[in-house]
Unconditional design. Structure first.
Length: 561
């Protein structure tokens, strides 16, 4: 352990100790400090609580439980709010441009609050797609004792005896447009899809990233699976508060936990769960903050050697609360560990190793259908494949969830924004065999790298999942499925080959060969790009303008540092 472990306010004493800090202490007395409190560790409780989203509406209550546990364990908790741009509401319009940008801003907010007040630790609460990586990134960046608590998954809604969720509502739009769903059922699904607090229920991005953070070792075992409204959530918060104080006592730092081996555990777990393609972006970004070498090229090895062990939505039948009932993420991790596919020696926020944390977990798959055994997996390889080729020289991300492989050749139907593509799908202008190309939706070109859930859900709702492919320099919701390729890099705004495409060009997607290409010669591509210029995105001031100037390629995590 590091020296000076008996001093628990290692950082905050710069703000609270000595004659010259009299004014600082005076300010803190106004928020509840007394003389004996100035020697205690001061912990920032970063809550993404907000009334704009069911994912986050309960987080302020969770922060209060966490503060109580911290106070009882000998720390001083100070609550502050980050924020959320909720994808389900931002989807399909300009608001989605703010989504990925919010990840960077959340990380910066937590960094600035912690630096500004010289805090000794971070108790981070996140509950949707960007608040999870956005909360963990500054933990690695600042490298002060930290723990992450997931707000939890939403319970499934029910309509006419069938489980429904937010993706059901998106897909109902396409189904209604195709004449397959009545107006009454469309409205019924809308009303039933989100019955209360919690993040989207399938193995979409929020549940994927919560699981990844648990496998990474930065949250307590089982925390990713506990539903938002489950009574056990309160105990989990209390236990997390105690664990954080122990991390501070032992001076165990995030970079002691977030190692190359632990990132491999996280990737492996994401693959086994059938997780979201956004995990590629977020894990690369997290690794950069932790100063761990991780590239987009690392993911194919784990995809090729990890079966999908769960039957989870969007392609499967079940949601996170179903996985919770049969053993949760620890069950799947124990199965991976027993097969020699996890690094059991990795340290976690419990102060124990992954193997020690999982020692009491029993693998019993009888009487349930959510988790499959290794000899009969849902799919023999993972849900995420990295493609390269003349269309994606830096890489692209293919989602294979629900498909054994993706091999598709077809003519391009080129659109310069998501809205135009969606309009074409809903008005039946897309034919079987087409490859929908949506460009200028990358990190710089959007700006902000919107998710394409509305178009992919419309394709699924129209019954074209196996007949129409969609490729983009944007990204996908964890709820997207079908023949979809995103994160194409270089993006169109950077002069990538995507910018040279024209209607009718033949696009080839070959998952088994890990290739994405267009049937054009290098000479023809070069000729087309000679007259090309970056497309004005319309933002000349503000956060989106700054983001477009600073953001890196999606292949490098779309980070701004």
């Amino acid at each position: 352990m590091k020296e000076g472990k008996k001093i628990l306010n290692r950082t905050s004493r710069k703000m609270t100790s000595g004659l010259e800090r009299t004014p600082n202490r005076a300010m803190l007395r106004a928020v509840g400090f007394t003389d004996e409190d100035f020697s205690k560790p001061i912990i920032g409780i970063a809550s993404a609580g907000s009334e704009v989203s069911p994912c986050n509406i309960h987080h302020d209550d969770l922060a209060s439980y966490g503060k109580k546990a911290i106070q009882q364990s000998g720390g001083m908790g100070l609550k502050f709010n980050t924020f959320v741009v909720t994808d389900g509401e931002a989807m399909g319009h300009e608001g989605m441009k703010a989504s990925l940008v919010s990840r960077e801003t959340i990380a910066d907010v937590i960094e600035l609050v912690c630096r500004g007040h010289q805090l000794d630790g971070i108790f981070g609460i996140g509950g949707c797609d960007k608040t999870i990586p956005g909360t963990v990134m500054p933990m690695a960046r600042l490298n002060i004792p930290s723990i992450f608590v997931y707000g939890g998954t939403i319970k499934a809604g029910h309509y006419h005896g069938e489980a429904v969720d937010i993706v059901s509502a998106f897909e109902a739009v396409g189904s209604y447009s195709a004449g397959k769903t009545t107006k009454e059922d469309l409205h019924g699904i809308e009303c039933a899809a989100c019955p209360g607090a919690g993040a989207c229920g399938g193995m979409y991005t929020a549940n994927t990233m919560a699981s990844a953070v648990e496998a990474l070792g930065m949250s307590l075992p089982g925390g990713a699976s506990i539903p938002a409204v489950d009574p056990l959530k309160k105990k989990h918060l209390q236990d997390s508060g105690v664990a954080l104080i122990n991390l501070i006592k032992n001076n165990t730092l995030p970079r002691d936990i977030m190692t190359r081996a632990s990132f491999e555990n996280a990737i492996r777990t994401v693959m086994a769960l059938g997780g979201s393609t956004n995990a590629v972006l977020h894990l690369i970004a997290l690794a950069k903050e932790a100063e761990v070498t991780l590239s987009i090229d690392d993911f194919n090895y784990f995809s090729d050697t990890t079966p999908i062990l769960t039957d989870m939505k969007p392609a499967g039948r079940y949601v996170m609360e179903d996985l919770y009932r049969v053993g949760g993420v620890p069950l799947v991790m124990k199965m991976l560990l027993e097969e020699g596919l996890l690094h059991g020696e990795c340290l976690t926020v419990t102060g124990k190793t992954v193997e020690e944390n999982l020692s009491s977990v029993k693998v019993d798959l009888e009487g349930q259908q959510v988790v499959f055994p290794f000899d009969k997996p849902e799919k023999k390889t993972g849900p995420i494949v990295i493609l390269k080729g003349n269309l994606a020289k830096e890489g692209a991300v293919l989602k294979t969830c629900g498909l054994q492989e993706v091999v598709h050749t077809g003519p391009a139907r080129v659109f310069d924004c998501e809205e135009d593509a969606l309009d074409a799908i809903l008005n039946h202008h897309i034919q079987k065999g087409d490859v929908i190309v949506i460009r200028y939706e990358g990190p710089k070109g959007g700006p902000g790298m919107r998710e394409m859930l509305a178009p992919t859900a419309a394709i699924a709702g129209a019954g074209l999942t196996h007949d129409v492919a969609l490729i983009t320099d944007g990204r996908f919701s964890g709820g997207s499925h079908g023949m979809v390729v995103g994160h194409i890099s270089p993006e169109a705004q950077d002069g990538g080959v995507l910018a040279a495409l024209q209607d009718g060009d033949i696009i080839r997607i070959q998952s088994h060969e890990k290739k994405l290409s267009v049937d054009l010669s290098e000479k023809e591509i070069s000729t087309r790009l000679k007259s090309w210029k970056p497309r004005p995105h319309g933002y000349t001031t503000g956060a989106l303008y700054k983001y477009s100037k600073l953001v890196s390629s999606a292949s490098r995590g779309a980070v701004t540092s």
